[in-house]
Design a protein around this ligand. Structure first.
Ligand SMILES: [Mg+2]
Length: 119
């Protein structure tokens, strides 16, 4: 495997490549989305656990080693995001674009803070 990947990859490029390593049960009603949802939550937990270790083991300082571990876990989260997008039959870049549009609308309406999806 190459050490250096193209820095100009789009999210859709990433999703395409991530799909090649997607080995999980997809049979049955909602099996695929259920599997990737559990994986996404698990990897988010692994990311959070590394942040916890910053507090517990690293005196609240982000060391180079911890940063590297966090980046690896963030990549795992991204992989499951890509597979969740696959399960929903949408390009990851489209998900990102819709999210930015939602945030821009909230910014324009002055509703970035607060709660609820209908802001
Ligand atoms: Mg992980």
């Amino acid at each position: 495997m190459a050490d250096k990947l193209p820095s100009d990859w789009t999210l859709d490029d990433y999703q395409y490549q991530a799909r090649k390593s997607a080995v999980y049960p997809k049979e049955g009603l909602a099996m695929g989305i259920s599997y990737v949802t559990l994986g996404l939550a698990g990897e988010a937990g692994e990311f959070a656990n590394q942040v916890k270790k910053v507090l517990r083991d690293d005196a609240g300082k982000l060391t180079a080693d911890r940063r590297a571990k966090l980046i690896l876990e963030l990549g795992d989260v991204l992989w499951y995001c890509a597979m969740a997008a696959d399960e929903l039959e949408i390009d990851l870049g489209n998900v990102a674009a819709q999210n930015i549009k939602k945030l821009q609308t909230r910014t324009e309406k002055g509703t970035l803070q607060g709660s609820g999806e209908g802001r």
